[in-house]
Ligand binder design. Sequence first.
Ligand SMILES: *[C@@H]1O[C@H](CO)[C@@H](O)[C@H](O)[C@H]1NC(C)=O
Ligand SMILES: *[C@@H]1O[C@H](CO)[C@@H](O)[C@H](O)[C@H]1NC(C)=O
Length: 838
Amino acid sequence: MGLTFTYWLIKSSKEQKAMDIFASVLLSSSLLLFCFVFSDAADSITQSQSLKDIETTTLVSKDGGFVLGFFSPGNSTNRYLGIWYHKIPGKTVVWVANRANPITDLSGVLNVNSSGSLVLLGQNSTFAWSANQTKEARNLVVQLLDSGNLVLREENKENPENYLWQSFDYPSDTWLAGMKLGWDLRIGLDRRLTAWKSPDDPSPGELSWGFELHNYPEIVMKKGSKKLLRSGPWNGNFFSGMPELQATPLYNFTFVSNKSEVYFMFEMIKKSAITRAVLNQSQEQYQRYMWIENKEEWSKFLYLPKDKCDSYNLCGPFGNCITGEAPVCQCVEGFKHKSLETWNPEEWYKGCERSKKLSCQDKIGFDQFSGLKMPDTTHSLLNESMSLNECRVKCLSMCNCTAYSNSDTRNGGTGCAMWFGDLIDIRQMTANKQDANSQEVYIRMPDSGQVLKNKQKRRVIVIVVVAIAVVFGVLLIPYCIWKRKSLRDNMENNVMLDQNIEFQSEDIEVPFFSLATIVTATNNFSTDNKLGEGGFGLVYKGTLTDGHEIAVKRLSRSSIQGLNEFKNEVILIAKLQHRNLVRLLGYCIEGEEIMLIYEYMPNGSLDSFIFDKTRANVLDWSMRFNIICGIARGLLYLHEDSRLRIIHRDLKASNVLLDSKMNPKISDFGMARIFGGDQTEGNTDRVVGTYGYMAPEYAIDGLFSVKSDVYSFGILLLEILSGKKNRRSFHPSQGLNLVAHAWNLWKDGKPFELIDTCLEENCILLEFARCLRISFLCLQQHHEDRPNMSSVVMMLHGESSLPEAKEPTSLVGKKFSSSSKNQSPSTNEITVTLLEAR
Ligand SMILES: *[C@@H]1O[C@H](CO)[C@@H](O)[C@H](O)[C@H]1NC(C)=O
Ligand SMILES: *[C@@H]1O[C@H](CO)[C@@H](O)[C@H](O)[C@H]1NC(C)=O
């Protein structure tokens, strides 16, 4: 009985390696003592006590979050003293004392010696490690705090100011909440992360992450002395090149820079959430992880460098790295490539030079640039009390001053930063291009009037265009009026008059396809060619004789009200062209057949990916985010940018198609118009749409507007994020629908549990959280509370702040208050048409 019990204890401690040796020593003796010590771990020891590897004694923080004890990393048998998470299986070590000085057996002992120093003794009582404290003191206590900080203090002094030593001042590879990363300038202490050499060896590797103490400090990731990545300087709100390191709903960031300290620190808002940042040697990455409770695993939600343009100085002096352009290395305006002929990727580092040489005697000015990551601050000056104008004057007076800027973008911009010599490691920060907080940088240029300021240039173009338009318009209007009048006079049939005039005057023709062409292309509508069944008929794949692939939608004749109106609508809708809309190529009317011909989308519809366990893996986060943004832009075009104001009325995952590059294209837009509902907003007796995606006011009262599309977009967004359908019984035990489930998770501070499992690896949680909040805004019960699509697009790109959402609503799983007998909540997957809903 006693034996079994001990064995169980050993197992549960998960200290297998130590245990194998330990068990043989122990079984014969001190069984009871061991059990006592083990189960009653304290959070501190006093001067007379010690922590011994052989006894597997540990310290456990008061709240049980962290343990201090001896361990062997990976496949190594060496012993180290370290701190890890107590409740998280698999021993995630966050700090190691004797990193470079392993103890090779179980002889390790930690205590405070008679002279008042915290020491770790190894074989034959040699020093394996000691805390280099600055002050002498008496009555010492070593305590493991709830934050994971190991401190040495006098017995009755719990104030952080009085710590004689703390492990947070000597980080290993992990950055925890409450830990200052950076400098204490008063004592020359540099707290920086250094990666482990390997999973088996915690000794400091080459990779480090910390502050470079330039005049204008910034975080740099280095390999040895080589810079790999730079955060850019702090601009009051974030590091100019890494907006990722910003406060989020999960944690706050604090940046402090003054005469005595320069540091950066994060603190959890939700205390229960567990996150850590770690420097990863093998990946050469800074990674941030979060513990996902119900899945029992760490989820990586941020890593840096995130793309090519984060690589330090990829494009050389005055090069501007622009993600998504080819080549990614461009020159800052006013500069040209140094090696124009041999311009190839290997030579990017050569960078750019001035298009027009500049000497100290030349008349000079400054050009303003927006949305750039501030250049390397190695050769910079900072003066926080100078104004932008004083900054300019100062920079102007120094020949080698290349650029200047406000050092802090808050309060309309304050302070002065100046750069000298070449400007290094610039990139275009797309996300913050139009941000009001964007830091403008002014770069020295010859004052020849040759290089116009960006904004001026734009202004000149606008003025010229407007001037031409005005002149042209003055001449054109009388002509149009005359033309229109004569047309009107000649026209007998006044129906759809305005639209007809538009076509005739613009000569746009929508190809008419003969039935024979379609029959040949689709192999006489063979079932092999059937792509699916849309809300308005069957869809077939076809191949024209020239090899072009098409999709043919076969409508039912009975649902078309008038042939002329139908043609007009088709012609109108064919004119809607946007890269996120499926292109309507033509139509066919012959006998009983009415068909619409679209471009063919090889990857099919979005629902076949997100709701399919294996295919879902194809869509990683960046693809999903791209799809979300694409759908939003397509919808915005339908609502606001096209000449017709189109309300889709049936936006859903199966109506979003994917092209060969997985770009989303909305299909079936304008169907409501084709089917005779030609109002743009109002009230209809014919409710077209899909239960589950329908806004409450539309499903119940038949009221539709652009905001009912916004609602459907919100549902679609949730489905893309979660990989789940908005079904009636989403959560079997609670009968929740997807909307309520997502909202509950959000309210409980566990939004990331919603994430589709296949997303976790690469998900950028900031973007995820933003998308989730946007979906809640779109799903507001009252349509006036929902944003319009232009706001949604801006919010998706982080260009406008997100208002707080009230609880969202969904009809799925609720009782309909409609008197209709045609629908029942159980048929929520099919498209329902509610006739005479009220
Ligand atoms: C420790 O002492 C033993 C015996 O005194 C000796 O054989 C051994 O080499 C010593 N080990 C170290 C690491 O000094
Ligand atoms: C480094 O990253 C890889 C891949 O993401 C991961 O498997 C490994 O555990 C990481 N190492 C550390 C120390 O976090």
